[in-house]
Each structure stands twice: as C-alpha cells, then as structure tokens.
Ligand binder design. Sequence first.
Ligand SMILES: Nc1ncnc2c1ncn2[C@@H]1O[C@H](COP(=O)(O)OP(=O)(O)OP(=O)(O)O)[C@@H](O)[C@H]1O
Ligand SMILES: [Mg+2]
Length: 654
Amino acid sequence: MSYLCRVLALNDFSFEFAGRYLFKQASWHIKPSEKIGLVGLNGTGKSTLLRLISGGFELREGTFSKPSDLRIGFLNQDLLSMDIGESVRDVVLSGRDDLVQLEHDIERLIEKIEVAYDDETMQRLSDAQERFGSLGGYEWHAEGDKILEGLGFPTPSLARPLREFSGGWRMRAMLGKLLLQAPDLLLLDEPTNHLDLPTIQWLEEYLANYEGTYVIVSHDPYFLDRTVNRVAEVAHQQVFHYKGNFSDYLEQKEERDSLMMRKYENQQDYIKQQMKFISRFRAKASKATAVQSRVKMLDKIDKIELRQDEKRDFDIRFNIRVAPGKVIADLRGVTKSYDELEILKASTAKIIRGDKIALVGANGKGKSTLLRMIFGSEPCGGIIEAGWNVEAAFFAQHQLEALNLKNDLLGELGTVSASYTDGELRTVLGCFLFSGDEVFKKVKVLSGGEKSRLALAKTLITQSNFLLLDEPTNHLDMFSTAVLAESLIDYEGSALIVSHDRSFINKVANKIWWIEEGVLREYPGNFEEYNEWNKQRSASKISLSKLHDGKKKPVTIAEKSPSSPSVLQEKNLAIGKNKVKKVEEAMHLKEAEMQQLEAVRLRVETQLLLPEIASDYQKLADFTQQYETVNQDYLKAKLAYEWFFEEWMLLQDS
Ligand SMILES: Nc1ncnc2c1ncn2[C@@H]1O[C@H](COP(=O)(O)OP(=O)(O)OP(=O)(O)O)[C@@H](O)[C@H]1O
Ligand SMILES: [Mg+2]
C-alpha cells in the first residue's frame, strides 16, 4: 500500500447550489495518517464535501491541491439505486482491478501455452505470475472472503448478483470492495447505516488496524469514538477542526463555545463603555480628540460574531386519530420460513397499548420480516390478530427508495392524502425542519437525512395509533435523532421499532424483543437492563464452559467439500452438540443442588416450628437466619436450573 505522503488541501473554497452557499471561504487540510470523523447536522454539506474531494463536483472558487497519484476510494451514502449484475464476490474482488486484469492475462497465457508451447509466452506467463504474486494475488481471494465473512455475507450468497440484495447488503459489498482496495485516502459516507451491531463492531476493529488515511461521515458517537483521531465539523459554511476523537471534540467544542462567549461578552462590555464615553462627551470641545480616537477604535475593532446555533425548533408531534383497544396485536404460534430458511418457529407475544418495543439483534434474523408480518404485508403461519381500532403505519428504508425524485417536498407529502391543505402540509414540513422556500426543493437533491425526514413525515401525517418503524434513525443527525426519541416517548400510540442505535433504543423502549434460535423473545424492561441481563447470561455461559473444560472433547471437523456447509457452520454444529451436553449436565447439577437445598430448607423449617425453638428468642433468630440463607441459595439454584432448562429447550428446538 502506498501512503498518502502529501497534504490534501482545500483553501478558501466556496460552493453553492443555486445561490445557497454550503461553504464560504472555508479551508480543510488532510494530513497523512489522519483518521477524520466528518460531522455536522443534516444538510450542512458533508456528502457534498466528499464529492468535491473525490471529483464528483468541481470547485469553482478557491484552490484544491492533491498529489496526482493519490488513490481515493469513495463509499457513497446513497447505494439504494445501485444496479449491478455482477456477483457479490466479484464486486468485492474488483476492488483490486490490477489483479483482476493480471488474473485474466494469466488465464489467457495458460490457454495459449496449452494449445502451442513457445518460450516467449512461457516467459510472459512466468513474469505475470511473479507480478501477480508480488502484488498479493495469491492471498487476494482469501482476503476478499475474509472481508466478506466479517461483513456477515453467508457463503452461499456470494455468487448472487449484487442487484438482488437490499440496500444494507449493497452497502456492505461496496464497503468490502473499498476495504480490499485499501486506497491512500478512504472516504466513507455514513458506512454504518443499515449495519447491525456485530458488523459495526467488526468495522470498528478493521478501521483501528487500517494503515491508510480516512474520512468517515457518521452520526454515531460510539462508532466515531472508536475510529477517529480528528474531527472536522461542517457548520456555518465552514469546516472546523478538532484533535482527538468524538468525545474530545464535544469537550473542545464546549470549551471553544464558552471561551467564545466570554470573549464576546468582554468585547460587548468594552464597546458599551466606549459608546457611553462617546455619547457623554460628544458635545464637549475639550474631549473632541478623545471621542474621535474612540470612534476610530470602534470602527477598527474586529467584531466577534457569535455562531448562531443552527438548531431550529424541530418539534414532531405524533397525533393519533382514534384511540385503539388495550391489545394492539396478539401473536399466537406465529411461524415464518423462506423456502428452507426458518425465520420464526411457533412464537407467541402481545403488544399492549402504549408499548414502545425495540426489536433488536443481528441482520438476517428476520426483524424486518416480522415487522411486515405484523403490519400484514407479509404472509406467515399461526395467528396475528390486530386489536380493535388499531391503525398501523409503516416506515422502512425502502420508503426512501420509493420517494418520487421528481416531486417537490410539498407535492411528495401531498401524495399521502388529498385531504390536507397546502398550509397543513407546510406545517408538517416545518415540524420536520423544512421551512420557507425549502418546501419547493425537489426530492432528487435532498441529502440523506433530509430524505429520511421527509419519509418519516409521510408516515406520521397518517396519524396512526401504531407505528412500525424499521431503522428510523438511519441518516438522521444526533439532534434529529434526539428529537425523534423525545417525540416517540410522548407519543400516545404504540410502536414497534427496529433499531441498532443503542442510545435511541435506551431512551424510547420499555420492552425489548429479539429472535433467538428462531423464537421471538421478550425482555420486560429497557435496553440497559436487558443488556445487563444479557451480560449475566453470557457470564453464566462462560463459567459453564470453564466448568466443563476438563471434560471437553476435541471438536473434529469433517473435510470441507464444495457442497457441504462451510467449515464455520460445521464447527458451530459440533459446538452445538457439545453445548447440548454441557447444558444437560449443568441442568442436572442444578437439579441435584436444588433437591439437596430443599431437604435442608425443610429440616430448618421443621425446627423453626418446634415450640422449644419458637419460645427461645436467640435460637429463633439463629434458625430464621439459617432459613433465609438456605432459602436464598435454593432460589438461586432454582433460577439457574430454570435458565439451563430454557436453554436446553431452545437447543432441542434448533
Ligand atoms: N444538486 C443540488 N441542487 C440543490 N441543492 C442541493 C443539490 N445537492 C444537494 N443539495 C442540498 O445541499 C445540502 C447539502 O447536501 P449534502 O448531501 O451535502 O448534506 P449532508 O451534510 O451530507 O447531509 P446528511 O447528513 O443528511 O447526509 C442539502 O440541503 C441538499 O438538499
Ligand atoms: Mg450526507
């Protein structure tokens, strides 16, 4: 990999769309090895800035310098409309187009030699092979597969054309291509949109070991904290620079803002004093020179302008048209499979009026499918009964794809229902931060966050009492996400929300749903509590495996044949069998412990009832203490036994 050895510099640049300046005499320098988080509110110009660097837009004012051989890799924020017929594996491998070409050349030369051997062709072949090897050609496929595995692509899907995948998976494939390419400068525009938590964590780790320079646009503070050592903020038509990660940026920004405020106040004080002096002595001839010099001084002063906060009132109200019954949806023995792939087996759950449920978990578990099933747009087995008067509205990423690019905002929102007046539509758009002439903006030119806000407005204008929201915070800046969370908390209706945004879920949800081993499960608490519970669960799993380490049998993995499941799958299968045994053993252990403790408890109980004990205060206290201890131990053992039993049942089902 060649390194970025010179600085990329944008100096005094301005950029506008139809007279609206996104940047005015701004500057930005990128130095080698910088890992930059590019942040800012929706629509401030982050994607535009990346396009200016990658050559998608041309700069008309200011200067832009970069080394001519600088290799830039750009991941576009909008991948929904990508239509590529190549297979996912080929798309990723094409990140190294030099190797694609060489591989092709080698194949041709081999074919030629097979037909008629000649020394010159042989020499060319050996040169090509040597070059192929020195460029990492022999590791290239394996590296591609490793990246694809990290990004979560199941092996059988790698031969499928990219166009058959959802936006999220297309994003992953393009990300994989760029990672394989390892350019000098990597530009990633909101790479974590659509990615599930394990994949985000994988990407965090990947980037931590990445040797090149990169710029990442993201609205996810957790992600930025782990991946960047610089922050560039786009605001007020400028690019502001900060050292450190995202938390450092927030701290510095606060310091900078308060320092600015103090400077501003001091300056205002000073100006006021001078003005007072001037107006008091203006008429006095003896003070004329002093007044004159103060007037001049004030003229010359470099006035501090306070940066007006760009946050405008973004007050979403989710009204409901009619009140529903107590039960919103009742799921009984619900099942779902796609051909051989079983998504859900006999699951039972209820959504109660007022519930705000977060459906969490890795991609591919069927979260979006479940949402569509409850909405009624996806067939399934079992019974899903909608409650009385329930009016459901659905929001998903494909709503963004379905926006009519030719419409303006007003027209697009108007497509929901003809019964709204322009004034009413403008009010709704105002709540979603589109004001004045902006309502005539064409959908085509909207930024990612603006498109999301419009699609959300379309969902909410229906005034439904049950919202099914599939990743509603993708593309939204932190401010909009926080406001959306507040509005959902105040929302009188009920909601089922798929989201990977940890802080958003934690604020909004009162229950957590997830799909485990094909069964829908519920935790009746918020996300923090659920996480804590989950940690304890994993800890008992770890201690269980430690407990049985001595008895562990080596896992034998059969030779992998092309049609057999992947090595990983087989390993999982073997581990799975092993796990059943371990869980069974632990369950029996706990059962025995329970029986033993129960016997002790019974003995102490009998003692407690004896008149000679009941009448002796000290003895009574001692036995009560003993009883409480043994009872606690018994309850703990019972809890553990139930946990193992449940695990065992799940393993039987899978
Ligand atoms: N071709 C265009 N004509 C007019 N306005 C445009 C055009 N392209 C983009 N804009 C506007 O420029 C602004 C900046 O867009 P950009 O996509 O750079 O924002 P962003 O900072 O990336 O926002 P987000 O966080 O939502 O992705 C937006 O208000 C957008 O509507
Ligand atoms: Mg953008």
